[in-house]
Design a protein around this ligand. Sequence first.
Ligand SMILES: Cc1cc2nc3c(=O)[nH]c(=O)nc-3n(C[C@H](O)[C@H](O)[C@H](O)COP(=O)(O)OP(=O)(O)OC[C@H]3O[C@@H](n4cnc5c(N)ncnc54)[C@H](O)[C@@H]3O)c2cc1C
Ligand code: FES
Ligand code: FES
Length: 520
Amino acid sequence: MKSSLPLAVTENRLQFVRRGSVVNLQNVSPTRTLLQVLREDLGLTGTKEGCNEGDCGACTVVLAEKHGKQLRYRAVNSCIRMAHSVHGQAVFTVEDLASDPLIDRQGQALHPAQQAMVDAHGSQCGFCTPGFVMSLFGMYQNRVCRGESVNRATAQADLSGNLCRCTGYRPILDAAQRMADFPQTQVNEPALRSLLDTIPPPAKPTTYLAPHTLAELLQARRAHPEAQIVAGCTDVGLWVNKEHRSFAQVLDVTQAAELRQIESYPHHLAIGAGVRLSDAFDALVKDRPQLIAFAERFAGLPVRQSGTLVGNVANGSPIGDSMPLLIALGASVVLMRWAGRGSQGRIEHRELPLESFYTGYRQNRLAADEVVAWVKIPKTRRPLLPGKASGEWTRVYKVSKRFDDDISAVCLAVSLQIQKGLIAEARVGAGGVAATPARAWATEEALRGRPWNADTVQHAMEVLGGEFNPISDMRASADYRRTVLTRLLWRSWLDSQPGTVQPVSLERLDERALLGEVDA
Ligand SMILES: Cc1cc2nc3c(=O)[nH]c(=O)nc-3n(C[C@H](O)[C@H](O)[C@H](O)COP(=O)(O)OP(=O)(O)OC[C@H]3O[C@@H](n4cnc5c(N)ncnc54)[C@H](O)[C@@H]3O)c2cc1C
Ligand code: FES
Ligand code: FES
């Protein structure tokens, strides 16, 4: 792959565990994807390339990494994952399930994820099948092996990143639910951990820097300001694959131990730059359970298991999904840098409200020696309960062309503090209607201090309709965006009214009706 900057002298060594031994690779370029390494360097062509942009799931593999005393399994898209990001982890591909010496199949020829697909007739042309099987394997490890039963909803959620063009999804969902019927198959985790322990951190210097501490990360950022920062690469991977961009040096923020944490304080959550979207959303949903449907509509599971919340915020797409919500919740970003020479310096930080982080289309206030280290999100105070006149009312709505694995055309997030029927505080975030994720200041003003009733909301809708000048593009016309944005505010009001409450995931009901699970 061509690069615009001269490569540093480096061995660029990459090591991971596969099929009971450590794979050793030398001179792997920093932007080589895991899929390229598997298919082209290791000849593992069972893992397929479909879209090469994280959409179809044909390239799904499962990663296992140490997490305290446990191992964590994550199905990810290998096509947009940089190969070096799996250094020190275990990689399972579709070839391994029936032959990995670390998987005890209890005398069965196939792994339950494979046998269930055979028995349920879950494959026709077969192109998508390796990807589905690997998502099923991830589900098996994370649910079946932990004694959790797989129902239709969990099967759908875990397979949300896999597309099939010919079989139809019912047999595949059946397969997901049948996996538990077979003798339980276990990964020999003690043996796998021992192998993982033999892999040292990457040698230095390298063109793929993945520092293991915050101080090292900030020093590396200061020393290599031209290096491309990456986290989960679910945006950057597309620049590499689709725009053929290459980077002479990459700085991966996800290995810094301090930033892999979610810290819970009395009044806020702090989510580090290495925290994957799936874990970040779990924490948000624990605090505000009503956000579950929104969290499940962010991409598909493999993207959420690679991508980070901080990556979404730093990327700053005007149609990025988390920012309208975070703006409505009053979130801030903590930017950090290393001050001083070499290891003798110290960490400096500054904190900005999220809405003032953005300065223009995909532009922000990050300096050349800074990283976004944390997103701080205020916790819910007291939720507004049905029939009550005081509490917090928070809702977020995403409108996209497809339910799963699609980014917003329009997004609206509303967070109100209501006291005795009056709106004491109002924060409104909007996506898809401006060059940046935006705060709807005028709409907030139209809500603040007024009663939370239909008249107030209708007035605020007029204000909201005039507050932004959206563009027309392939996702939606400007008129559509403006109109839908105002209707979402109305929907938020309706949802707060006892008796007119809509299930937040109403769209799912239509799908489930098609699958014959509920009456249409
Ligand atoms: C199939 C698919 C579906 C998707 N669906 C959605 C969706 O529904 N909603 C949505 O909003 N997005 C969606 N995305 C986009 C993407 O998944 C998100 O933006 C994700 O949160 C990016 O996080 P990441 O860790 O992968 O970032 P990366 O791709 O690693 O980085 C993105 C940008 O952020 C910068 N960056 C990352 N971390 C830091 C840091 N700590 N400090 C400074 N800069 C940093 C990088 O330099 C880069 O410019 C989708 C992507 C794919 C491929
Ligand atoms: S090839 Fe389609 S998601 Fe990777
Ligand atoms: S079996 Fe053909 S795409 Fe799924």
